[in-house]
Structure formats: structure tokens, C-alpha cells
Write a protein that binds this ligand. Structure first.
Ligand code: TEU
Ligand code: CA
Length: 543
């Protein structure tokens, strides 16, 4: 397999508005990221992914862009950005930016022009459809609304939005628009960034004719439509190929087979992807399903294209809450999940706060929440006549605000995030869970992550090793090997709250080995003889 820097990288995701507020207005900012770069460097991350900070009315936290060339005031200005890139590079790290080109804000000048009249030069840059039988052009849903169509008075027709009303989709069929996007991408790469995380990039191509869906609730018709690979190959030729950059596509609704088409090294599209089979199919941990997903993706991609490993991000509830145990075994569980993500094949992503075992939240009222997806859904369900309390309860576990609360730096005022009032409440558990505590405690989650990340630098087996699952049907244990050159790693993970026993396979018994990593105290030092069965404590991880 071809070796290349980004395959060997660990990415740290910075949701800047919740990371660190440098000027006391309650919102994190680019200067705040600069001030905390030493911390990210100490952790050992190679690449930083920054969520969008382009100019934006901020209805969807920066995913509704009104100017691709400017910086949102809340975040700072172009000087801050340039200094941030410089400071990241000075520390030997790289930086990738979010690229949001499926849609813009409805306040983008392009859209204001496009909606103003049918003969405007930007008319064709968005997607317009005549009313059908006096109503919406089809029966689809959007991610954030009951319909992806919104009526425009000026031109008496509908525009299309895969997300909120305020996020009209661009028309990628328009060549002029595509060239403008490529120019914009080159201008950021010319400023020195090292690549892009591409927001819902497989939504760019739309279904020809927008036919009604048989089951409109399953919104997969929004994604993966014919023409998408032509756009990405063109983007690669026009932009990506000309830089030493990395790309990771956010690609909902793909299977391993269709996913490969985006990252196959011979196809010149993207380097890696985020698929959502875990997030979409597993509201809570289901280890058998998880293993099957891992197996299928490994079989489809290995040797051909590169995968990513993550269990949370700014859209998905913190992993120790959703997929682990954030109570009695929080520390063990956070370390166990980390061990898994960093020893499975693919690039590991660390979402800010994950490295100290931050947890999801439960605020008392819908008014404490900010997430547009959650708020729109709440409104929609309550308007149908459902009980507001029940609707609220149902939305809690997967609210995107679970992972958007401020980074917990210390046990000081507002968790040390801001000297003012934060834009979203801090998680009340910041007194126990915070960076200061984690740095001072030698067996903290932070120090464990640091170790895991440093191991990756010395052990190419974590990157290039072949993978084999030894525990297919077990619902509590995940046991697998990675093999590279003359070495094999045996990874044992107990995902349950009870002790479990793993019965060794023949080839394991009696072999000499040593313990590389464990999240419990080490029982033995130096060489050991592998036993016929392994006893694992609750949430124990052992390599
Ligand atoms: O998210 C798109 C999105 O909603 C999905 O990726 C979802 O997480 C997945 O299908 C699993 O169910 C991106 C951004 O990450 C998000 O913050 C934005 O709100 C959205 O696009 C619109 O730009
Ligand atoms: Ca600020």
C-alpha cells in the first residue's frame, strides 16, 4: 500500500466557537485556538480540522455561508486566520478547513441575485422549480425541515434546500458556478491550508427531474446521485491535484461498495471519507453490528482506499455517553473507545474534549438548546399536536448540542472557557472533568490519548497492519489482530460493565508477547506467555 503522510495522521477537530474565547464575548474564536495550540501539540495531533468560520448569518453554526472569502466577525479576521495557519505550521502540524459547497446561506449575494428575477445572471446557480398542482414540486423531506422546497414570492416558484430554509442548495450543473468554487478553493490552498473536510459532498448531484419518493421519510434520495463522480473528478483535476493536500469527504448514506468509488486511489477523487453507518444505524452500542460494519468496510477498502475512524463529532453525541459508560466507568470506557479507534484500520479523529472524556449534556428546557436541527424538529412535532415534554425527551440523546458545549479547561468560572457568558451553557460536570485535572493526573484520559497517539508514530502496524476480527459473534468482547511485517498485535476490548473471558485461538496459546497498551494497571512487565484464556475487567482494553 502506498505510504503517504495523511494516512499516518491523527486529526484533532476544533469546533472553534466552543473551544476557547479569547475576548470574553462568550464565543470561541481563532485567537482562542492560537492560544491553545500548545495544548493540541502536547496531545500529539498531526492535523487540525477547523469547523467553518466563513462569513455567515450563523443559523446553522457556520454551515450557512454568505461569503466564502471572508471570516465571520465572531471568529476574528483574516489576520487572525493567517497567524493561526502560521502558528500551526510552526508547531509541525497541518490544518484543514471545512468546505461547504452543497449550499450557501440565503443571505449570500449569489442567492439574493438568483431569487430576484428569472433572468438574473445568477439565476441558474441555485435550483428552481415551478409549483406542481399549485404546491411543492415533490414529496421529499429535507434534513432540517418537513420539505426541501421553499416558495419565493418574487419569481413565484420554489428553491431547493437539503437542509434549512436558510440554506439553499447550489446548482452544480452550472459550469460557471463550479469554476467559481474551484477558484475559491485554490485561494484558500494558496493561503497555505493543507486540505479540506468536505461537508455533505455526495449531495452535490441531484436526482434528475426530482421524482416523488416512495418513502419520503428515508432521505437517501438527497445523496449519491448520478454525476457526483464527474464533479469530484473535475474538482480533483482543477484543484486538489495541484497541491499536496488531504481531503476527507463527509458522505452520508453510502455503503462500502459505493463509498469506495469516492476514495479509490485509482479514481482521483477524495483521499478519505466519513460514512455514517455507525451513527445512523446504531443509536447506542451494538457491538455485533459495529464489527460487521468494520468488516465490510475493511473488505471493500483495504489496499484500495483509506477509511476514517470516529464515533463522535460536532453533530453526534459524545462517544463515552452514546457508545460507552459515562458513569461508573467513564475513564475506563473513554480509554477503551480510544484504544479501539486508534487500533482499527483508518485515520483516527479526536473531537475536542473527547481526549479528557467529556460527556453529553441534559439541559432542563428546549430554550437552553441552540441546535437548529433539534429546534426545528421540536417545533414540527409539537405543531402536530404531540406532548412537548415527550418530544423534548425524545430529542435529548441525539441533540447535536451534546457535543457543542464549551471545552472544559478548568474548574474556574465557566470551565475556563470564557470570562463572560458562554453562547451555550457549560456542562455542569466541569468541576470534575476538565483539562487542568487531566493534565495533572498521570493516569488520566488525556495522558492515555497522548500515549496512543505517540505509539502510532513508532508503530506502523497501527497504520498499515492487516486486520482480522477474532470475535465476530460476541456482543461484549471485540478481539482482533493487526499484522504487519513480522509482528502481530492482539487487541482485546471488553465493552461491557462486567468482567468477560476470551478463549484464545490455538495459534495464540503459548506464544511470547508483551503488553503494549492497557487501560488498567499493568499486571506484568516484560515478556509473557499468552494464556489459553484472557480475563478482562469491565471496559478493559489490552493490546
Ligand atoms: O452534516 C450533515 C449531516 O447532517 C449528516 O452528516 C449527518 O450527521 C449524517 O447524515 C448522520 O446522520 C453537515 C455538518 O456536519 C452539519 O453541522 C451541518 O449542519 C450540515 O452538514 C449542513 O451543512
Ligand atoms: Ca470571542
Amino acid at each position: 500500500m502506498k505510504k503517504i503522510w495523511w494516512k499516518e495522521a491523527v486529526v484533532y477537530q476544533v469546533y472553534w466557537r466552543s473551544f476557547y474565547d479569547s475576548n470574553g464575548d462568550g464565543i470561541g474564536d481563532l485567537q482562542g485556538v492560537i492560544e491553545k495550540l500548545d495544548y493540541i501539540q502536547e496531545l500529539g495531533a498531526d492535523v487540525i480540522w477547523l469547523n467553518p468560520f466563513y462569513e455567515s448569518p450563523d443559523r446553522d453554526n457556520g454551515y450557512d455561508i454568505s461569503n466564502y472569502e471572508g471570516i465571520m466577525k465572531k471568529a476574528g479576521d483574516m489576520k487572525d486566520f493567517e497567524r493561526l495557519v502560521e502558528e500551526i505550521h510552526e508547531r509541525g502540524m497541518k490544518v484543514i478547513m471545512d468546505l461547504v459547497v452543497n449550499h450557501t446561506s440565503d443571505q449570500h449575494p449569489w442567492f439574493l441575485e438568483s431569487k430576484s428575477s428569472k433572468d438574473n445572471s445568477k439565476r441558474d446557480w441555485y435550483i428552481w422549480k415551478k409549483p406542481k398542482n399549485g404546491g411543492k414540486p415533490n414529496n421529499w423531506r429535507s434534513y432540517f425541515e418537513p420539505s426541501p422546497w421553499t416558495f419565493n414570492e418574487e419569481t413565484e416558484d420554489y428553491y431547493f434546500h437539503s437542509f434549512a430554509v436558510e440554506q439553499p442548495d447550489l446548482n452544480w450543473k452550472n459550469e460557471e458556478l463550479r469554476q467559481e468554487i474551484y477558484r475559491m478553493m485554490r485561494s484558500w490552498l494558496d493561503k497555505g491550508i493543507d486540505g479540506f473536510r468536505m461537508d455533505v459532498i455526495n449531495l452535490l448531484a441531484k436526482q434528475e427531474g426530482f421524482p416523488d419518493a416512495k418513502n419520503p421519510e428515508v432521505i437517501s434520495y438527497l445523496a449519491d446521485n448520478p454525476g457526483i463522480h464527474d464533479y469530484l473528478q473535475e474538482m480533483n483535476r482543477e484543484v486538489l491535484q495541484q497541491y499536496d493536500c488531504m481531503t476527507v469527504g463527509e458522505i452520508p448514506f453510502v455503503t462500502p461498495e459505493t463509498g469506495l468509488l469516492y476514495v479509490d486511489e485509482n479514481r482521483n477523487e477524495l483521499n478519505t471519507l466519513f460514512h455514517f453507518q455507525v451513527a445512523d444505524e446504531m443509536p447506542v452500542m451494538n457491538l455485533r453490528a459495529y464489527k460487521e460494519i468494520q468488516r465490510n468496510w475493511y473488505n471493500a477498502l483495504w489496499g484500495k482506499g483509506w477509511n476514517s475512524q470516529f464515533l463522535n463529532n460536532h453533530d453526534h453525541t459524545r462517544q463515552v455517553t452514546r457508545y460507552g459508560n459515562d458513569g461508573e466507568y467513564r475513564v475506563e470506557s473513554a480509554k477503551l473507545l480510544a484504544t479501539m479507534l486508534h487500533t482499527l484500520p483508518g485515520m483516527p479523529y479526536v473531537y475536542q474534549g473527547e481526549e479528557i472524556g467529556m460527556t453529553g449534556v441534559r439541559f432542563d428546557s428546549i430554550d437552553d438548546y441552540n441546535d437548529i436541527a433539534m429546534k426545528n424538529k421540536y417545533k414540527e412535532e409539537v405543531e402536530k399536536g404531540k406532548d412537548p415534554k415527550e418530544v423534548f425527551e425524545d430529542l435529548l440523546l441525539l441533540s447535536r448540542d451534546n457535543s457543542r458545549t464549551p471545552m472544559q479547561w478548568s474548574d474556574d468560572h465557566q470551565a475556563g472557557f470564557t470570562s463572560g457568558e458562554p453562547w451555550i451553557k457549560v456542562n455542569p460536570n466541569y468541576k470534575e472533568i476538565n483539562v487542568k485535572q487531566s493534565l495533572n493526573d498521570p493516569v488520566s484520559v488525556f495522558h492515555y490519548y497522548k500515549l496512543l497517539i505517540s505509539f502510532r508514530k513508532e508503530n506502523p502496524i497501527m497504520i498499515y497492519g492487516d486486520y482480522e476480527d477474532l470475535s465476530q459473534d460476541d456482543e461484549n468482547l471485540y478481539v482482533y489482530t493487526r499484522t504487519y511485517e513480522d509482528k502481530t498485535w492482539l487487541i482485546l476490548l471488553n465493552h461491557s460493565d462486567e468482567a468477560q473471558v476470551f478463549k484464545s485461538e490455538e495459534w495464540i496459546i503459548g506464544r511470547k508477547a508483551h503488553c503494549v497498551i492497557t487501560n488498567y494497571e499493568r499486571a506484568e512487565e516484560g515478556k509473557i506467555i499468552l494464556p489459553s484464556s484472557f480475563s478482562l475487567k469491565p471496559h478493559e482494553a489490552r493490546v
